[in-house]
Design a protein around this ligand. Structure first.
Ligand SMILES: C[S@@+](CC[C@H](N)C(=O)[O-])C[C@H]1O[C@@H](n2cnc3c(N)ncnc32)[C@H](O)[C@@H]1O
Length: 268
């Protein structure tokens, strides 16, 4: 089994907390050791402790990015928490056709490998066609942002995707890509991805009708959650909606929001 000394573990988790805002508990020591094993091998050092020593000594920004990429939890899939997509469909159906205010804009604020952003895009594509909307996905992990931009996924990630949407907006892989799907290029054109850290000043990405901030707050303590939610709400239009993961209540954070449905909020 890969081992990691307490000192190395502390050095890595302190660095990770400074970058991501996430405090990994002591119970994660074996997990961290396992995730850093490949990076240690790639650098040709004898073990993970030696790798951490090298990392701290060199302070190489590129290498630190690789470590952060390894330590984030990126699990996601298409149409995760399907109630939110039903809510979105109902909301669009009730919206006045040609409602003023320019493009309908949605932000997937911890987009991981992109499945959430593309799921939203499929629903918007069904409603609006291929104009009048845009989706932006952002994530801390550069590796995830690269994967999201590629738009190529194992088919099992799409198990919850309604079949008509799968047929209309995804291409089935052949040859080397057997068992995979590619999000159709016309849909990908309306979805863009970039890196952003939710615990820092946000990039200039404008204001949104909807923000999906799902399954990321869970990694933060209450002050950390409140800090992120406040920052994210500065990007939500006055009549916009914020979606959080169903396991992530923001009700007790003292932020002026009103719940309009389970894990769906608007400004108070
Ligand atoms: C479990 S995924 C959630 C993906 C998607 N929103 C969903 O619900 O399926 C959590 C994502 O949060 C990202 N993340 C963690 N800390 C972050 C931070 N400080 N800023 C931006 N993204 C962060 C991770 O890189 C990871 O991709």
């Amino acid at each position: 089994m890969t081992m990691l000394s307490k000192n190395s573990f502390q050095a890595v988790t302190t660095m990770f907390r400074q970058v991501s805002g996430i405090q990994l508990s002591d119970a994660k020591q074996a997990l961290v050791a396992g995730r850093l094993q490949k990076l240690a091998q790639a650098r040709g050092v004898r073990d993970v402790d030696a790798y951490v020593e090298l990392l701290m000594r060199e302070g190489d920004a590129q290498e630190l990015v690789k470590v952060v990429d390894k330590l984030t939890t990126n699990e996601t899939y298409f149409f995760r928490e399907p109630q939110h997509f039903e809510h979105l469909k109902r909301m669009l159906a009730e919206r006045r056709a040609g409602a003023a205010g320019g493009d309908f804009r949605v932000w997937s604020a911890a987009s991981s490998s992109g499945e959430e952003a593309y799921s939203i895009a499929m629903v918007l594509g069904e409603h609006f066609g291929l104009r009048g909307w845009q989706v932006i996905g952002t994530d801390l992990s550069t590796a995830m942002v690269d994967t999201a931009r590629r738009g190529l996924y194992p088919l099992e990630r799409a198990r919850l995707t309604p079949t008509p949407l799968l047929k209309r907006w995804c291409l089935k892989g052949h040859g080397d890509n057997t068992g995979k799907l590619m999000v159709a290029p016309e849909l990908r054109q309306l979805v863009r991805f970039e890196c952003a850290n939710l615990t820092r000043t946000l990039p200039e990405i404008g204001q949104f009708d909807l923000v999906f901030l799902r399954n990321v707050l869970i990694y933060f303590d209450n002050p950390g959650k409140a800090d992120i939610v406040k920052r994210v709400l500065t990007r939500l239009k006055p009549d916009g909606l914020l979606f959080t993961g169903h396991a992530e209540s923001i009700a007790n954070l003292g932020i002026p929001t009103v719940a309009v449905a389970p894990a769906v909020y608007r400004h108070a």
